[in-house]
Design a protein around this ligand. Structure first.
Ligand code: ADP
Ligand code: MG
Length: 701
């Protein structure tokens, strides 16, 4: 029997309603979904090393039997240490340990045959080799899961479990699907497949799941077998084609040709409160070039915290206003919108521009008045939050849109605002520097400008790492600075689900610091649950210097500017992302004095130490972001709610930047000069049907 690609999974032998539900929770609903559920790793079980021949330091798969097993500690709540020894035909003994391993006690009973995968270590104390937290797969399973020839004696794919459907079950299910699947249609343009000597799609999918015997295991785990290469390439190719089509459509629209007259230049010079850096000049030139061009601008300006993006955006706004157009500046939060308003208003006032602020907390009357004035064209510059993109906000002549912190907005919102003008020029700003390869995928339809130079006279912030038991040293450093007349922040992480908990921690720390550690020093407290008046009062007290220490949850991440603050203490620093730590650190070092960032953590393992070390050693936001992305993966890097990030099935932008570049190159050539009109419309149809929604390619055709 052949399975149709859109068949529900319950048609597969071995998948009943319960399993189907678990698979569905992973987004696997059809046969096609399963075919695209690729292994994340492969094990060569055709040629295994006996335990006796294992050497410390190597990553190994071992097939062995449980010889003894022991659980110590609390079984309840899955605490406790589970230890087991394993033996094989070589007679060697391997010890394995799992903290929080109580759940294994019922599975790894004496005599059970398992495959273990992990790093071989040497236990000095016992003089034995061991594995810590190896991955396990029980090899004695029920018949439903195929005979053991599927799971041993060959290269086996390892899948991420979907609920209780474990790697072994998935291997059996997918194997069955592959036996019954129809020939897959191959949409990749044939000239590309021929040039790159790709296997056809059916063959590639098959081999990516069950690689032919003899495929080098290392090549598979680097995802560079011909089959994997093709599938990765293909995924990037369609993504880049979609972006390229979108970008070309956007460029074909008639935009505004802003004139760069002498008057515009004079006004820009009048606006500037300081001499721009070389990078700022270069980026302005790139923006001005786009603006004077007929087609609409879609440009991303990125730069590290404090690199001076705001003034460049303001200069560009002058070009629009002097040409008789209105400018909208969109920020993700009220604090940020207000901050832009207060820092830009005095600059624009020098040129006689009216600036308005529109946020959710403006009163209905204020809103109405502003809307009327915007519609009448009396306000050249409007700054605001989401309130600016509400339906009833109309502009007389919107010509330029600036969006701050784009990654917090969905792609849709970018379009909403742009739609309020006749193809206005759009400039997106971000302070989270994005590594190039990632920018190419998520901002693939944008041109990118980078401010890679800080304004002159910035001192490098000295960053130090202390563990909890050394916190007294951090406190004494704080005191030293405060005695010199400076101020300090103490920050607590807010973990998404537990703002209350963070608030409590901040509250407790506030009491501890103000009563016990610094009874002689005024301490303030700021957290998200305070009312806005209380927040303002706490901020004001710190700004004016009445409080010397401000204990806070991460609310200060955006928008605080106190040049006299020279110490940033970050508690539980291991809980923050690196980029976030970097942003927090950017809150000090704003004045002329040497500033310090003190990272306090629990005792850390080596990976966590490396993470923190990145921050101690580097002040380069790009480098830090790259590392952050590598360590956490794109999903977490942007937060789980992040929209606009394509969900890739086999391609991985961190692992496969080389293939991405190749695919982008081919995609561009294909869209620019398709082999035939039919080939092109076939591709557009395919992208629309298969990729558009997944990649968030709003409107390809
Ligand atoms: P960001 O890129 O993080 O938005 P800002 O635009 O807020 O950075 O600039 C950070 C600070 O540096 C501001 O106080 C700004 O006035 C100042 N600044 C920006 N450019 C320069 C410059 N060329 N020379 C001196 N100070 C500058
Ligand atoms: Mg233009």
């Amino acid at each position: 029997m052949t399975l149709a690609l859109d068949s529900s999974l319950t048609y597969i032998k071995g998948v009943g309603p319960a399993r189907a539900a678990m698979l569905q929770s992973r987004g696997l609903e059809t046969v096609e979904d399963l075919l695209h559920y690729f292994p994340f790793r492969y094990e060569d079980r055709s040629n295994l090393k006996p335990i006796k021949q294992l050497a410390p330091g190597e990553l190994a798969t071992v097939i062995a039997e449980v010889k003894s097993a022991k659980l110590s500690g609390f079984r309840r709540r899955n605490l406790g240490l589970f230890e087991a020894t394993f033996t094989d035909a070589s007679g060697g003994i391997l010890l394995a340990k799992w903290f929080h391993g109580a759940y294994l006690a019922d599975r790894l009973t004496v005599g059970t045959r398992v495959a273990l995968f992990g790093k071989i270590e040497f236990d000095n104390y016992r003089g034995e080799i061991q594995m810590m937290h190896p991955e396990t797969e029980l090899l004695s399973g029920d018949d439903e899961e195929g005979d053991s020839a599927l799971h041993t004696g060959r290269i086996v794919p390892v899948y991420e479990a979907a609920g209780k459907v474990n790697a072994r079950a998935l291997r059996a299910i997918i194997h069955r699907v592959l036996e019954q699947m129809p020939e897959l249609e191959d949409y990749l343009p044939p000239h590309i497949s021929q040039k790159l000597k790709f296997p056809n799609r059916t063959e590639a999918v098959r081999a990516a799941h069950f690689p032919p015997a003899g495929t080098p295991i290392r090549m598979l785990n680097e995802f560079r077998s011909p089959a994997q290469f093709r599938l990765i390439f293909e995924e990037f190719f369609w993504l880049e084609c979609g972006l390229e089509i979108k970008r070309r459509r956007a460029r074909a629209l008639p935009g505004i040709e802003f004139q760069l007259t002498d008057r515009v230049r004079e006004q820009i010079i009048k606006l500037l409160p300081f001499k721009p850096t070389g990078a700022q000049k270069r980026v302005l030139k790139e923006i001005a070039g786009d603006m004077s061009h007929t087609s609409p601008m879609n440009r991303l300006m990125q730069g590290d915290v404090g690199s001076g993006k705001t003034i460049v955006a303001a200069e560009a706004a002058v070009i629009a206003v002097e040409n008789g157009y209105q400018v909208a500046i969109l920020a993700p939060t009220e604090i940020l919108a207000a901050q832009h308003y207060f820092s830009l208003k005095p600059l624009f006032h020098k040129l006689g521009y009216v600036v308005a602020l529109l946020t959710g907390s403006s009163t209905a009357r204020e809103k109405q008045k502003l809307k009327d004035m915007l519609r009448a064209g009396m306000i050249p510059i409007a700054i605001g939050t989401h309130a600016l993109i509400e339906k009833d906000v109309e502009f007389a002549k919107l010509g330029f849109v600036i969006i701050d912190e784009q990654h917090r907005f969905g792609v849709m919102q970018r379009f909403e605002l742009a739609r309020k003008g006749v193809s206005p020029d759009v400039l997106v700003m971000t302070a989270t520097p994005i590594p190039r390869t990632l920018a190419m995928t998520i901002y693939g339809d944008l041109d990118i400008s980078t401010i890679d130079e800080l304004p002159p006279g910035r001192q490098r912030i000295i960053t130090k790492h202390y563990t909890d038991d050394q916190v007294e040293i951090a406190y004494s450093e704080m005191r030293k600075e405060i005695d010199l007349g400076r101020q300090a922040y103490v920050v607590y992480p807010v973990i998404e689900e537990s703002e209350t908990q963070a608030m409590k921690a901040a509250q407790q720390m506030f009491e501890h610091l103000s009563r016990e550690v610094f009874p002689d020093i005024p301490v303030g407290l700021l957290h998200g649950r305070l009312g806005s008046a209380e927040k303002e009062a706490a901020m004001e007290a710190f700004k004016s210097g009445r409080t010397k220490i401000l204990v806070s949850t991460t609310v200060i991440e955006v928008g605080v500017d106190v040049p006299n603050a020279t110490v940033m203490v970050i508690e539980q620093a291991e809980r923050f992302g690196l980029s976030q730590l970097h942003q927090l650190r950017g809150r000090v070092g704003r004045g002329a004095d040497q500033s310090y960032c003190l990272l306090i953590t629990a005792k850390l393992n080596d990976t966590a130490k490396d993470r923190i070390r990145t921050l101690v050693d580097s002040s380069d936001g790009f480098k830090i972001a790259e590392m952050d992305l590598k360590l956490r993966g794109p999903g977490e890097f942007f937060g789980t709610k992040q929209s606009g990030l394509p969900s890739l099935k086999i391609a991985n932008i961190l692992r496969d930047p080389d293939i991405l570049v190749a695919a982008k190159h081919e995609a561009r050539a294909f869209v620019e000069e398709p082999p035939s009109a039919e080939a092109f419309s076939k591709a557009v149809e395919y992208i629309k049907g298969h990729w558009q929604r997944r990649y968030g390619l709003v409107q390809v055709g």
